[in-house]
Design a protein around this ligand. Structure first.
Ligand code: SAM
Length: 265
């Protein structure tokens, strides 16, 4: 890790990117992250598989969109790179695909090189920014140089919005991205919910309660509100692993989150 990034990382508090990295078997996590990750696993051992399924959902969504002709992606809440990153999936379908990655954890910046190693024909860009400041992201020079807002863009926000508390109004931020893209663009979200496994999810929220971001699970109707002005792509608002599963058969995994894709009207 560069000295500059090391200075900006507080390893004494758990951070979503690093807790998630631990569950995915990565090495970019610290003691505080591992404590939270292990506490969650103790209450719900199915979390590891649910997290892997969340990554699989991301992969299916990006492939679906790239095959549908979408060649521009704005991936907010990128996370620490692992297998099947957005640019890899999109550029395997269309080598000319363009991707902008955005995350607010400096540790992700440390991996930007891995994210930027895209195809020659395409383009990938990484910026460190906060989803709650859409005007900063949308006005960023490198974002504007990479993406053409006159053409459809897929805004991808996977496993991220539950780290934004209600009082910070994540709906307004998502609305700003939706307003900036043209009709025919897409919004893809995955989001934790307590709709199906209330006890385990309440225990998880409790473990996260004193972390800087907390974890705010949201109900189906609350998640549907992000899609105001969109037509949902079939099968609509479903548990992530039930969204167009490979081979048509959803796996039986812990139902901790929704996965939804909509097309802007
Ligand atoms: C659980 S990880 C998900 C990573 C990836 N999208 C995936 O699904 O594999 C959540 C990511 O969102 C990022 N994040 C959380 N709040 C954010 C915010 N307000 N602005 C930008 N990124 C944020 C975290 O740093 C972390 O990398």
């Amino acid at each position: 890790m560069t000295k500059e990034i090391e200075h900006r990382i507080d390893t004494s508090v758990p951070h979503p990117a690093r807790v998630y990295d631990y569950w995915l078997g990565g090495k970019d996590n610290f003691e505080a992250d591992r404590v939270v990750a292990e506490m969650v696993l103790k209450t719900e051992p199915g979390m590891i598989e649910a997290v892997r399924e969340n990554r699989a959902f991301l992969g299916r969504v990006v492939r679906y969109l790239a095959e549908a002709g979408i060649s521009q992606f704005l991936d907010i809440g990128t996370g620490i790179p692992t297998q099947g990153n957005t640019h890899e999936v999109a550029q395997s379908v269309n080598p000319a695909a363009r991707i902008v990655y955005v995350d607010n954890d400096p540790i992700v910046m440390n991996h930007a090189r891995a994210l930027l190693r895209g195809s020659e024909e395409g383009r990938t860009t990484y910026i460190e920014a906060d989803l709650l400041e859409p005007e900063t992201i949308l006005g960023d020079r490198s974002v504007r140089d990479t993406l053409d807002f006159g053409k459809p863009i897929a805004v991808i926000i996977i496993g991220t919005l539950m780290h934004i508390r209600n009082e910070l109004d994540p709906w307004s931020a998502v609305k700003a991205f939706s307003a900036a893209v043209c009709p025919g663009s897409f919004l893809a979200l995955s989001h934790t919910t307590a709709d199906f496994e209330p006890e385990a999810m309440a225990a998880m929220a409790e473990i996260y309660r004193d972390t800087p971001t907390g974890m705010t699970h949201r109900s189906g109707p609350e998640i549907a509100r992000f899609f105001d002005g969109y037509a949902l792509v079939e099968p609509g608002l479903v548990v992530g692993h039930q969204w167009r599963p490979e081979g048509g058969v959803p796996k039986k995994v812990f139902a901790g989150g929704y996965g939804v894709v909509g097309r802007k009207l």
